[in-house]
Design a protein around this ligand. Structure first.
Ligand SMILES: NC(=O)c1ccc[n+]([C@@H]2O[C@H](COP(=O)([O-])OP(=O)(O)OC[C@H]3O[C@@H](n4cnc5c(N)ncnc54)[C@H](O)[C@@H]3O)[C@@H](O)[C@H]2O)c1
Length: 539
């Protein structure tokens, strides 16, 4: 039942081995200082050759080539003018560490570091690296010297994702500040710093500008620094590339020149004919817009949770109810459905950035109570699925093998950051059960390397006591339930946390003597009771 982990992944344990292992299992050697210097010289030559006196062409450095930076690298390097001429030479910069260097290696191999369903993203990276030759990646900090625009896509985390009080929120601002300092040491005096990282509102004016101004003073640069903020709405998944290229953008500059530079750049990379830009007159407003956007979404998700509990007790199908409400276009069509929990990088943290900023950057006494409650509800939401599972076993999970279908936090993506599946697996282990996981998109589960991960759901189902559908990957939505049933050696418990099992499939499972429960599916009690009566009549 155990999948053999690849040798490459086992190597990952050797943190200081001088190697870094890609999401595809490839091993990349982390370069020495001398090699980085050589890298820089060769990139510089290539970049200047690309510019070659053409003032419309610019060099863009992207700091941080993770989920956002690598997609941004694809979009920017793919950008052409109306004559079809390539506009930018793009250099992705990331850290020379085992955790990060593989992203550089993969980009230079023409591969997308993010496992993605989006062919357009993968093709753009391949084409820009291998054919157009205007996309390259490096760990050399000196690359910032070359940039006309530096796009900041580094992460900025919060330490605790549960709200216990305003003063308890801790934001890891130091890593972000360090990234800004590094570019400040090298950047050209008239380069634009274009911050896309989701930051506490006020960061551009109260952190980025003072940090850069201090370094510029030390470097005897008199010109004011140019800084803009424009947040990403990128969505990993099938439309990854388009979620940048063909999507609306908000931006702001710390002064009119920065604002103009940001506008000019965005107008080239984004399809502004169909997706207009929105200029806010203050970078703090743009920074706040991002965290408000995600807080709005988080609060919507939290709202539906208590209605989920109610509908389950009243024997109602909440999915049908929300479907009926969604016909009210314009006001109610984005009502959320019940679900498993909230994960990913952004939603579990962004609201805390706002509250931290209020207290630490503005000395405000406003407490975002409703938003903070929503964060806690979302954090604990998966416990309801766990309760359904535990109750199905009469509270005794000891030795029970539970297959969790889906590790990532979102449908059809491989991102496992803050996945509620991790918390569910931990709870199952705490209660002496045995979690086993499956996910068609995740090759290696970095956050829980010791949990058994299987690749053949039909094989493993022979040997488990329960299956939890946790992520609505297309693979599970299209799963052949009859085949699953035919592979089972005995009846099992099936918990559907994501509306994957239709009523018909629930009846088929029930006919196979499985015990079936679903989040938000209060109507199954009556439906399956009726079915049980029918089965008994049939004898
Ligand atoms: N992932 C998303 O879907 C998404 C969507 C919208 C906004 N955002 C925001 O975008 C930002 C980046 O998110 P992400 O998901 O790409 O994070 P990520 O962790 O995938 O990528 C960040 C990258 O920055 C690198 N980095 C850190 N410090 C650096 C330094 N000093 N120099 C060079 N590289 C450095 C890291 O090694 C990493 O590769 C975050 O603020 C996030 O909230 C993310």
């Amino acid at each position: 039942m155990h999948d053999t982990l690849s040798t490459a992944h086992n190597l990952n344990e050797k943190e200081n081995s001088g190697i870094s292992i890609g999401s595809n299992g490839n091993v990349y050697k982390i370069p020495s200082k001398e090699e980085l210097e050589y890298d820089y010289v060769s990139i510089k030559n290539r970049a200047y050759e690309f510019i070659n006196g053409n003032k419309n062409r610019k060099i863009i450095v992207i700091q941080g080539i993770g989920f956002v930076g690598s997609a941004m690298a694809a979009v920017v390097s793919d950008t052409k003018d109306s004559q079809g001429s390539v506009l930018y030479f793009v250099i992705g910069v990331d850290l020379p560490t085992p955790d990060a260097y593989w992203k550089i290696g993969m980009i230079n191999d023409g591969l997308c570091p993010v496992v993605s369903e989006d062919e357009r993203l993968r093709n753009a990276i391949y084409n820009c690296v291998k054919n157009q030759k205007n996309l390259i990646a490096t760990s050399s900090e000196k690359a910032y010297e070359l940039a006309d625009i530096i796009i900041v896509d580094v992460h900025l985390d919060v330490k605790n994702r549960v709200f216990t009080g305003v003063k308890d929120i801790e934001v890891s601002i130091e890593g972000f500040k360090k990234a800004i300092e590094t570019m400040g040491k090298y950047m050209k005096e008239d380069a634009l710093v274009f911050v896309e990282t989701t930051v506490p509102p006020g960061t551009c004016k109260k952190i980025v500008k003072p940090v850069l101004s201090k370094i510029r003073k030390e470097r005897s640069i008199e010109k004011p620094v140019r800084i803009a903020h424009s947040y990403e709405r990128v969505m990993p998944g099938k439309n990854y590339f388009d979620s940048i290229k063909n999507f609306w953008r908000t931006y702001a500059g710390i002064d009119s020149e920065s604002e103009e530079m940001a506008k000019e750049f965005l107008s080239t990379i984004i399809n502004t004919k169909n997706f207009s830009l929105f200029c806010l007159k203050d970078t703090t407003a743009s920074e706040l817009a991002k965290v408000l956007e995600n807080s709005y979404r988080a609060t919507n998700i939290a709202l539906i949770y208590e209605w989920t509990l109610l509908c389950e007790q009243l024997g109602l199908n909440l999915f049908e109810i929300t479907k009926s409400i969604k016909v009210r276009k314009g006001t109610h069509d984005n009502i959320k459905d019940p679900g498993f929990g909230v994960g990913g990088y952004c939603l579990p943290k962004d609201s805390f950035l706002a509250q931290w900023s209020a207290c630490n950057l503005f000395s405000s006494d406003v407490v975002l109570n409703m938003t903070m409650d929503a964060m806690n509800i979302n954090h604990n939401m998966l416990k309801h699925t766990f309760e359904l599972l535990k109750n199905s076993f009469n509270n005794d999970l000891q030795g029970k093998k539970v297959l969790i279908c889906g590790i990532s936090y979102l449908q059809d993506v491989a991102d496992t950051r803050n996945s509620p599946t991790a918390m569910l697996a931990d709870l199952i282990s705490d209660y002496k059960g045995i979690p086993i996981v499956h996910d068609p998109f995740v090759n290696y589960w970095t956050e829980r390397p010791n949990i058994t991960k299987v690749s053949d759901i039909f094989y493993v189902v022979k040997d488990v006591d329960a299956v939890v559908f946790a992520v609505p990957h297309s693979f599970y939505l299209n799963l052949d339930i009859n085949r699953l049933i035919s592979e089972m050696k005995h009846s099992i418990i099936v918990i559907d946390a994501q509306n994957i099992i239709t009523d018909d499939k629930a009846i088929e499972l029930h006919n196979a003597r499985c015990y079936v429960k679903g989040v938000g599916k209060g109507h199954w009690n009556a439906l399956l009771k009726q079915n049980r009566n029918l089965l008994n009549i049939k004898g």
